[in-house]
Design a protein around this ligand. Structure first.
Ligand code: SF4
Length: 229
């Protein structure tokens, strides 16, 4: 495949912002957001990639040109779910002169050359009612893939925490996978600043008690759930 041929990953948006979550919070980054996801979290903050997916096809050349126009060293490939696409390793290859983070729900695995794999395994509190319930519940945790990512890549593991009841499920997954505690970050489920306020105090207490790192959601604090920021 050449750069001018049709690229097989559907792109939702490419924009320049700062990383709002995780160990690289605050770092100016180019976000390449792919569309489509194999899960349907009930509180998904990018429904335009999951519940109502939209996308356009971009050639390798167009992606590279767009990335170059921002003059930034850090790239975040996010979604949707980037690991749905077998061309993901090729995309990483084309952009290898950048620091690459891939954000994933960790239900699919491919060997992709990224500097940081940012996993976000989904807890049972993410499961929606209705026709997606069973499929989401069956798919949301693929422990073998979490283990593979941990074995072969530099990783962080971010849990979106909705209620205090999530704590036991997180402890159990960390113990049985196992996931090193220093790689674990907890962040509040939120699409608006007031939803962060509702959760941050007890979540910080949980981090202090269990020795996990708290992750802010800086983009939500600054811009709510506005797209492209
Ligand atoms: S895994 Fe991410 S993109 Fe997919 S439904 Fe859940 S929050 Fe949305």
């Amino acid at each position: 495949m050449t750069n001018s041929e049709e690229f097989s990953i559907p792109i939702s948006e490419i924009f320049y912002s700062i990383q709002g979550e995780g160990i690289l919070v605050g770092v100016p980054s180019i976000f390449i957001r792919v569309s489509y996801c194999n899960l349907r979290c009930k509180w998904c903050d990018t429904p335009y990639t999951s519940w109502q997916p939209e996308s356009r096809r971009m050639t390798f050349e167009q992606i590279r040109e767009t990335v170059d126009s921002f003059h930034c060293d850090h790239i975040v490939i996010t979604g949707g779910e980037p690991f749905l696409y077998t061309d993901l390793p090729h995309l990483c290859q084309i952009l290898e002169d950048h620091h690459i983070t891939i954000e994933t729900n960790a239900t699919r695995y491919l060997r992709a050359n990224a500097d940081l794999i940012s996993m976000s395994p989904k807890l049972s509190s993410s499961t929606p009612p209705g026709r997606w319930h069973d499929r989401h519940e069956r798919t949301r945790l693929q422990v073998e893939n979490i283990r593979r990512f941990l074995q072969y890549h530099n990783c962080q593991v971010k849990f979106v925490v909705d209620t205090p009841d999530d704590a036991e499920e997180i402890r159990s997954l960390i113990r049985t996978t196992p996931i090193p505690a220093e790689k674990v970050l907890l962040m509040p489920q939120a699409r608006r600043p007031d939803e962060i306020r509702q959760r941050e105090n007890w979540l910080i207490d949980l981090c202090k008690r269990d020795g996990y790192r708290y992750s802010p959601r800086l983009h939500i604090e600054l811009w709510g759930n506005e797209r492209g920021r």
